[in-house]
Design a protein around this ligand. Structure first.
Ligand SMILES: Nc1ncnc2c1ncn2[C@@H]1O[C@H](COP(=O)(O)OP(=O)(O)OP(=O)(O)O)[C@@H](O)[C@H]1O
Length: 488
């Protein structure tokens, strides 16, 4: 299946959404390049259209492109050669016949290359190049001062939801997809500023369903007038099992959302044993919610509700005082927002579960968020490589966990290093930096849980024909069936 982000990549600058000022500045830079000869840096968050803009511009100008990766040690030489060739072919005499634009990705990722003098080499190239050079970077301040000073700079801002929605609408029209406008708005708001993610999400939700509706797009974003804060305070601090269950009736949230709220806020007050116990109940609740999705049998919501309210309250050891700032579920709002992402997340969870002997729910709920925080933007490279090796992750998974947005060259090189270290480990039989995570409190069998999860997801394609009638006790009859009475 074609990737829509490629299929709908802008071919001319006017198709690049949002960032009008940046586009104008870029065009201006190209139009006057003969006079100033400076390189330009396009910087901004992933997925906002920097690379697209560079290529679209080249296309508009009729300039052939040469694409290079700045962190590649050969880049400097290649640029010199290109620049030299172009000089010979007449550029210096004023013609544009030999004009080529060099587009250099990952210009902020030169530190890894420091031993090769990466940053300085590129700066030298930038200063002496006699061809237009476009450098692309996510982190402007990761580039050296001298490199930044040697170039013009253009900032690409996050694309507003207002600009994302029409982009998604155009794609739906061209793909003949029926849609509710609210669905597109929800995607746009979910992906706050990242048009690539929005297009990915659209493709993920649109191709698994007939008509795209608001309900297909799972969001954690809600207004917070639904009594959730009072409920959290009751649940986490005060109420007994019965009280917690009753308090939950006043909350105007779907059980799925409620679970996200609880899981994000629970660790602010629960600790140690009680937290572990509570997570056990949360994992049960999650499993029941999976069964609701798989079977469309909403009667299971009750069991989910019992577990996440009465169960969580019962796990608490004594009342808690003080005031806690509870907040909306931030992690899953970003990472669990669409089916495509959920699939990726679940793949990673399964790997972790298999490797560490814990359940998928635990992997999802407890391990991935940790890994994500520790490997954020691949800053801790060594750890990220170890993680990729330990859990056998591919590029898109590493990109997901680290929040890098897509498979950048940094991610690629991490996966390559992980492959190498796996090969070495195979020889030395060592476990690597990751020894896996401790087993969870309720002693789930990881394989069982993985199967339960498969049921959740594959049910969308109705491969589990009998799912609706089968008792959901193939996994764990006792704890799964827990109802309120069990907690009192
Ligand atoms: N402003 C935009 N207008 C139209 N399409 C966009 C825009 N931004 C992103 N896209 C879509 O997302 C895809 C990826 O965008 P692009 O590679 O240009 O982002 P980027 O800002 O360069 O991100 P990165 O820094 O991660 O490479 C494009 O192919 C296109 O489908």
């Amino acid at each position: 299946m074609t990737d829509w982000t490629e299929k709908y990549r802008p071919t001319t600058l006017s198709e690049v959404r949002g960032n009008n000022k940046a586009r104008d500045k870029l065009k201006q830079w190209a139009d006057t390049w003969e006079d100033h000869g400076d390189a330009v840096i396009l910087h901004g968050s992933p997925g906002v259209g920097k690379t697209s803009a560079a290529h679209a511009l080249a296309n508009d100008m009729g300039w052939p492109t040469i694409e290079l990766n700045a962190s590649d040690q050969r880049t400097g030489d290649v640029v010199k050669r290109v620049a030299g060739e172009a000089a010979k072919s007449g550029t210096l005499t004023g013609g544009t016949a030999g004009r080529r634009v060099v587009i250099m990705d990952e210009a902020d990722n030169l530190t890894h290359n420091a031993d090769r003098g990466g940053s300085r080499a590129i700066t030298d190239v930038v200063k002496s190049a006699n061809q237009p050079l476009i450098l692309i970077a996510n982190e402007f301040y990761d580039m050296s001062n001298s490199l930044r000073n040697a170039c013009e700079t253009i900032e690409f801002r996050n694309v507003s939801a207002r600009s994302i929605v029409p982009a998604l609408r155009d794609i739906c029209r061209q793909e003949n997809i029926e849609y509710e406008s609210e669905a597109l708005e929800a995607i746009a708001e979910n992906d706050s500023g990242d048009l690539r993610s929005a297009v990915n999400d659209l493709q993920a939700v649109a191709t698994t369903n007939g008509k795209l509706t608001r309900d297909d797009v799972v969001t954690g974003e809600r207004d917070t007038t639904s009594g959730i804060f009072d409920f959290l305070d009751d649940l986490i601090k005060k109420q007994d099992a019965e009280g917690a269950l009753k308090a939950s009736y006043d909350v105007d949230e779907t059980p799925d959302n409620m679970l996200n709220w609880i899981e994000d806020n629970l660790p602010k007050d629960y600790e140690g044993r009680e937290l572990a116990d509570a997570y056990g109940y949360m994992a049960n609740a999650d499993r029941w919610l999976g069964r609701v999705r798989a079977t469309q049998n909403y009667k299971y919501w009750r069991y989910a509700g019992d577990n996440m309210t009465a169960g969580v309250a019962a796990a608490r050891q004594g009342k808690k005082g003080g005031w806690t700032r509870y907040g909306p579920p931030s992690y899953w709002r970003k990472l669990g927002s669409s089916r495509g992402k959920r699939d990726t997340r679940d793949y990673i969870a399964r790997k972790i579960a298999e490797e560490s002997g814990i359940s998928m729910s635990t992997a999802r709920r407890e391990v991935i968020p940790f890994l994500s925080a520790m490997t954020h933007h691949c800053k801790n490279r060594e750890l990220t490589v170890a993680m990729a090796a330990q859990y056998d992750l591919e590029e898109k998974h590493v990109a997901f966990v680290t929040g890098s947005g897509k498979t950048t060259n940094k991610v690629q090189s991490i996966v390559e290093d992980a492959e190498e270290s796996k090969a070495e480990a195979a020889v030395e039989h060592s476990g690597g930096a990751f020894e896996g995570f401790a087993s969870e409190s309720d002693g789930d069998e990881p394989t069982d849980d993985a199967e339960a999860d498969e049921t959740d997801d594959s049910a969308d394609e109705s491969t589990e024909a009998g799912a609706a009638d089968s008792e959901p006790d193939e996994t764990k009859a006792d704890d799964g069936q827990a109802s309120f009475g069990d907690f009192t």
